[in-house]
Structure formats: structure tokens, C-alpha cells
Design a protein around this ligand. Structure first.
Ligand code: AHR
Length: 720
């Protein structure tokens, strides 16, 4: 009796007075938690593609992130009213210099500003006007929250430049347009001669790297290329800008201004080295692209336009992205595929399926056919033989060998489509794709368990369903065993987006503990969960400046970066640990005496101002220890993962059941911290990182102490 009233008292204290979670006082508390690994039976196989990556252009993940281009707004289309990211450089006012966007609004180009398009993609340009008798004048680009300057580094610069307002002679024959004479240039054309290119401090006082090109006198656009190399003594900084300048008067027209630092594998138009290495360390088995909302686009016209993301960057107009800024499409379909190859992952392609973020949809039937055909073309680009139309294009782009592809996802989060059209759309896509490519598996974006009233019922049952979860750590802990109960005869599950959302802009230790608990559930059930990937992957962590907005749109992300450097959140290290220490078969486990803590009930709000407060909802008991184990069939090594979500040390007894011997020295990898809010950041990137140590006294029954707030991976060497 006394025990029960004490229990009630503590519960009340915690829940009503302190509003804090507390340990449920139960018989289980008294006994040491025991985890038993059953090695007497052979467990199911771990999915070979269990852990992968999900990506889209959000948070400046590509432009200002992985895509190594350093020039912001390189084709001047980011904003039709001002040259965002660009400014005028003027040594003194005697230069009488100015800059102006030319043909920014395609529907209204004044006659004297027409005829400057390079092609259909490069239709807008920037004009620098330099008056007579001036000193240095030029254009400066601020980069994506700075230009990264590092010692002994060679940058590749290129730009299109034309030093005249005159246009080439008119073609003979046919109607001559326009009929009005061009307005006379205010400033006469420049003279041919040197143009200076620099990477310099924002105040212009320090030049970090410098070069020159010889401007030709021509009415035609010309591409100029040069390299800029910093000295060994240059101090690393991002307080820098890229400047193209002259001290000769004239009219100068610029387009497609580009600056690349060294890229991973030196791939032209390639990716940042540091971010690529971060991903390689995660050993991802697949890369889901191009989204996410980015696939769907804000409207039909701006769904991911894979065809205009191919070929020379000169042919890429960019498009209106889904996250409030204009992607350059420098990182396009080919670059996604190369990215996957460089990190050792298989592409997992999302195809646009006739539903956009604004809620528009195309019904199944003849109107959807062009979209289905577009998806078939896209697949052909990825896996088609070089003799096919799109396979030949891929070869021309630099990759004759087809890429590997197993899964094609039809759309993204189509449960948002309240028209109920997905059933028909999915079936039309699946039938066409499977007819041409029977080896491919189509993934449905509507999961039966999450959206039972919207699931696909016509045609064949989808083989794989994509589930998405963005949750709190409490939700993760409470639902960490949800897959234990799933029907094994139903479709396989792809957890295509998920995250514990605590911490800004990258998540904190508490979130990592939520993630790790959730991952033990996926891993224990990795016969069913064939793939999973965290989202979002990247975030540019820059806050707003006078000239650039805050870089991110989504608050809880895995890997943070700025112009110079990057870091992993505690959640990143959990991903890395789970992927690196993984066997190929599941070890069945049982658990006893697992302590729980009470999850506070969400505050109940009265539904009208005068209504009495709703009765409190009872808190829920949620486990504090989470676990999974896998074994490498060849080496016999067991990887036991145990999460302690509590802020106090917890003992645990580990038992190996079955006819097995185990080496008495084992290895333990631990990620832990002092407080749930502990985190990594761009200025403190390694506060929470895994630490490896040796453990002694391993046997078929041994005890361990789990550190407070910790994710633990035990490597135990067994033999028969
Ligand atoms: O990961 C961020 C967004 O969340 C994705 O773009 C979308 O699929 C989901 O709603």
C-alpha cells in the first residue's frame, strides 16, 4: 500500500507540479534491465540498402552548399528587379560607374537593351557602365554568404563578356525587327585590353588572388577563362568577394560568371570536397533525389525540370524552386548521378507524378501520358543503353556506362493530394515503367499505415511504400517499436524521410537520442524496412545579412555548413555509427525490466474562451532503453546497439543465448553528452562525437553501465 501511494505522489509531483517527465516507479525499476540476444536461431537478413541519403534543394543544400560554384546569381535571374549578390565596385566617384540588369523581365525588354541574349537560357545579363577619366570600376559578387579563401588554392574562373552595346550586323532578308533605331549609347564602347579579375577582401584592401584576361573588341559574346591562385601565406577567410574590374571607360556586359574551388575528384562542375567526405563516411547505400518538395515544384511549370538540367551549364536557365529561392540547376540530373557514384550509393529516383505543391494535379489518362513518358525518358537517361536516345545523351555528358537503378518513386507525399487521384496516377506510371523496365520496382508515396483511406488499391498492390515521420524525441521513444507489429505479408517499407526535430539549425543530443531509438526499431525490423533516410541532409547555417536572407528554411537538419567549413550534428554521428556498425543478419532479442519514464501529456486547451479547462490526460509510460542487434555472418561479430534516453547512468545485463563463444575483450563506441540540449555547431563542431574504447569481461552473460544520455554500440566477437 505504501509503495502505491508513494508512486502516485511522485507521479503527481512530477506531472502536475514540475511538469517534468519522471521515472515510472514500477517493479521493473528494482531489477537490472536485461537484454538477451538469441543466437540459437538464425535471424532474418538485414536489408542491404537499409541506410541511405535523401536530398533536395532546400536550405541552400546545393547552391551555397554541396555544388561547389561560388558565385551567387551567376546568370542574373535570381531577382528580376535587382542584381542580387552583385554590387558596383568603384575606386572613387570620378569613375562615374553604374551597373544595371539587362533584359531581366523577358516580357518587357526595351529596344536598346535587346539583342544581348547568349541563348535561350542566358537571356539576362549585367551591364557595367564606366564613365571617362575614371579609376578602377567593376562588378563584385558576394558569393553565398562569402567567398571562401584558403591558402595555396587554385580557383577556376570563367565568364562571358562583351565590351560593346553594338550588335552584330543584321541578317539580310526577311522582316527586319525592331523598326525603331537603338538609342545612342551614353558611353562609347570600351577599347580592347586587359580586364582584372580578383578574389579580394570585402573592403577591397587585400587581394588574395589576382589574374587578367585580354578583352577582345567584338560585338559578339566571348567566354573568358582563367585560374586564380592564393598564396601559401593567405589566411583562411570568407570575408571576401569576387571582382571583375577595369580602369578603362566603356560598356561591359557580363553573363554566366562562375568561380569554382577544387572539387571532389576534380570533377568539372562538381561538388565540395568536405561535404562529399562527410557523406562517404556515412557509407550510404542509396541516394534519394531530387526530393521532396523540390521534385513536385511550386507548380507544374517548376517541377524538377531534369531535361534543362543537362549538358553545358550554358544551357541551364535554372527554375523556380520549392523553397523560396531560384536554383541554378548547376547540380542537375547528371550531377545527382555522379554524386551518388562518388559516395558509393545507388540512385533512387523520384519522378514527377502530376501533383505539385500548389495542389494542382493531372488526372490519370491521356493528360498524364506526357508525364509518364517524361519519366520513361528520365529512366532511359539513367539506365538506357548508349544506343538509346537518352542513353546516348548520358554518354555524351560523360558516363557511357548505365547507372544502377532498382527503385523509382512515383511522386512525393501524394497524401497531400486531396483529389484522390494518386491511385490512378501511380498505377499508370507503374504499369508503363514496369512494362519497359520489368527489373524496376515502383515505390508508392502513400503508406497504408499512415493514410489508410488514400492507399493505392487499383492494379497491383505497390511492392514498397514510403513513410515519412518528422517527430519529437518523445514521439520517437514512444513509437520506437511500431514496426515490431507490422504485417510481414504486406508491402515493404521505405522510410524515405524522417527526423527527430529538436535543435536549430542542426539537431541536438536529445534529437539524436530520439533518432537512435527509432533506428533500433528500423534495424530490428530490417526484413521489412528495406530502406531509410534522414531528412533534410544539409543546411547552410548563415543568418540574414544586410544583403542576403537567412540561408535556411527548415529548422532541424543533419549537416551544417557555411562557405568555409561544415560539421555534423549529434544525429549525423548516430547515422554514421548505425551504418558503419551493421551486420547482415538480425539477431532476435528479448528485453526484461526496461525502466520507463512518463511522457507528459500535451497541454489540453479549452476550445472556447469560456469553456472550463479540459481534464488532464494521463501521461504515458515510455521506455528509456532501446536496443537492436545484428551479426556479420562471415566474421561472427555482433553489433549490439543500446540507447539510454535518461539523464542518469543505467545498468544493463547482456546475455548471449545459444551455443556460442565470445571473446572477452570487446569494443564500445559511445556518443553521449551532459544535457539534452548539447549540440555541435559551426563554431563548436565536435562537442558531441563518438568515442571508441575497449571493454573487458565480455562473456555470454555480462554487465555494463550505460552512460547518461548515450548511444552505445558494442562489438562482440563470437565464434561457434
Ligand atoms: O524534408 C523537408 C520536406 O518535408 C520535404 O521536402 C517534403 O517531402 C516533406 O514534407
Amino acid at each position: 500500500m505504501r509503495k502505491i501511494s508513494l508512486k502516485k505522489h511522485i507521479f503527481k509531483m512530477c506531472f502536475f507540479t514540475l511538469g517534468l517527465p519522471c521515472l515510472a516507479i514500477s517493479g521493473a525499476m528494482a531489477q537490472t534491465p536485461r537484454l538477451t540476444l538469441d543466437l540459437s536461431t538464425s535471424g532474418a537478413k538485414v536489408s542491404p540498402m537499409l541506410y541511405g541519403l535523401m536530398t533536395e534543394e532546400i536550405n541552400h543544400s546545393y547552391d551555397g552548399g554541396l555544388y561547389a560554384e561560388l558565385i551567387r546569381n551567376r546568370i542574373f535571374k535570381d531577382n528580376p528587379t535587382k542584381p542580387e549578390g552583385w554590387s558596383l565596385v568603384q575606386a572613387d566617384t570620378t569613375s562615374r560607374a553604374s551597373i544595371k540588369l539587362i533584359a531581366a523581365n523577358p516580357d518587357n525588354v526595351p529596344n536598346d537593351e535587346s539583342k544581348h541574349a547568349i541563348n535561350g537560357a542566358l537571356t539576362t545579363c549585367l551591364r557595367l557602365t564606366v564613365g571617362k577619366g575614371g579609376n578602377r570600376a567593376g562588378i563584385a559578387n558576394e558569393g553565398f554568404w562569402g567567398i571562401p579563401v584558403k591558402p595555396s588554392t587554385t580557383y577556376k574562373a570563367s565568364f562571358y563578356l562583351k565590351g560593346t552595346a553594338s550588335s552584330p550586323p543584321r541578317r539580310m532578308g526577311g522582316p527586319q525587327r525592331p523598326t525603331t533605331a537603338p538609342a545612342a549609347a551614353v558611353i562609347e564602347d570600351n577599347t580592347a585590353g586587359p580586364i582584372t579579375v580578383t578574389i579580394e577582401s570585402n573592403d577591397g584592401k587585400t587581394v588574395y588572388a589576382s589574374g587578367k584576361i585580354e578583352l577582345a573588341k567584338s560585338t559578339l559574346w566571348k567566354k573568358y577563362e582563367l585560374t586564380l591562385t592564393t598564396g601559401a601565406d593567405v589566411k583562411t577567410t570568407s570575408d571576401a568577394r569576387f571582382v571583375i574590374s577595369t580602369n578603362r571607360s566603356g560598356l561591359y556586359y557580363f553573363n554566366l560568371v562562375s568561380l569554382f574551388p577544387p572539387t571532389f575528384n576534380n570533377r568539372p562542375n562538381g561538388d565540395r570536397i568536405d561535404l562529399t567526405k562527410m557523406m562517404i563516411d556515412m557509407k550510404p547505400k542509396f541516394l534519394r533525389f531530387p526530393g521532396g518538395n523540390y521534385l513536385e515544384g511550386p507548380d507544374f511549370a517548376n517541377a524538377f525540370p531534369w531535361k534543362t538540367t543537362l549538358g553545358p551549364i550554358e544551357n541551364r536557365p535554372g527554375h523556380k524552386g520549392s523553397w523560396g529561392y531560384r536554383p541554378s540547376d548547376g547540380l542537375g540530373l547528371y550531377e545527382f548521378l555522379m554524386w551518388a557514384e562518388e559516395v558509393g550509393a545507388e540512385p533512387l529516383l523520384g519522378v514527377f507524378a502530376g501533383y505539385s505543391l500548389n495542389g494542382d494535379h493531372v488526372d490519370a489518362g491521356p493528360l498524364l501520358k506526357p508525364y509518364v513518358e517524361d519519366a520513361l525518358d528520365e529512366i532511359e537517361y539513367i539506365i538506357g543503353d548508349v544506343k538509346t536516345y537518352w542513353g546516348a545523351k548520358r554518354a555524351a555528358d560523360g558516363h557511357p556506362a548505365p547507372f544502377k537503378l532498382t527503385y523509382v518513386e512515383i511522386g512525393n507525399e501524394d497524401w497531400f493530394d486531396r483529389s484522390n487521384s494518386y491511385d490512378g496516377r501511380f498505377t499508370q506510371f507503374r504499369e508503363a515503367i514496369e512494362k519497359k523496365y520489368p527489373q524496376l520496382t515502383c515505390v508508392s508515396t502513400i503508406a497504408d499505415a499512415q493514410y489508410p483511406s488514400q492507399m493505392v488499391t487499383s492494379g497491383k498492390k505497390p511492392a514498397v511504400l514510403d513513410e515519412h515521420y518528422y517527430r519529437s524525441s518523445w514521439d520517437m521513444w514512444e513509437n520506437a517499436s511500431q514496426y515490431d507489429k507490422y504485417d510481414r505479408k504486406g508491402p515493404k517499407i521505405f522510410v524515405g524521410e524522417w527526423a527527430t526535430r529538436e535543435g536549430v539549425p542542426t539537431t541536438n543530443l536529445n534529437a539524436a537520442l530520439g533518432d537512435a531509438a527509432w533506428m533500433t526499431g528500423m534495424e530490428r525490423n530490417s526484413d521489412l524496412i528495406i530502406m531509410s533516410c534522414y531528412a533534410p541532409l544539409f543546411v547552410n547555417v548563415n543568418t540574414a545579412t544586410p544583403t542576403a536572407p537567412k540561408a535556411w528554411q527548415w529548422d532541424s537538419d543533419l549537416i551544417g555548413h557555411n562557405a568555409l567549413t561544415c560539421y555534423g550534428s549529434p544525429a549525423y554521428y548516430v547515422q554514421k555509427m548505425f551504418s558503419a556498425y551493421l551486420g547482415d543478419k538480425i539477431v532476435p532479442m528479448t528485453a526484461e525490466n526496461i525502466p520507463t519514464q512518463n511522457r507528459p501529456a500535451p497541454p489540453q486547451r479549452p476550445n472556447s474562451q469560456n469553456a472550463a479547462p479540459a481534464a488532464p490526460v494521463a501521461p504515458k509510460a515510455v521506455p528509456t532503453i532501446f536496443y537492436s542487434a545484428t551479426q556479420n555472418d562471415k566474421t561472427g561479430v555482433i553489433y549490439l546497439k543500446v540507447v539510454n534516453a535518461l539523464g542518469k547512468e543505467q545498468p544493463v545485463e547482456i546475455k548471449l543465448k545459444g551455443d556460442v563463444k565470445v571473446v572477452k575483450d570487446g569494443t564500445l563506441v559511445v556518443l553521449k553528452g551532459q544535457k539534452p540540449e548539447d549540440t555541435n555547431s559551426i563554431t563548436d563542431p565536435e562537442k558531441i562525437v563518438p568515442v571508441t574504447s575497449q571493454i573487458k569481461g565480455v562473456s555470454t552473460s555480462f554487465k555494463q553501465k550505460l552512460a547518461p544520455y548515450s548511444v552505445n554500440i558494442y562489438q562482440l566477437q563470437t565464434s561457434k
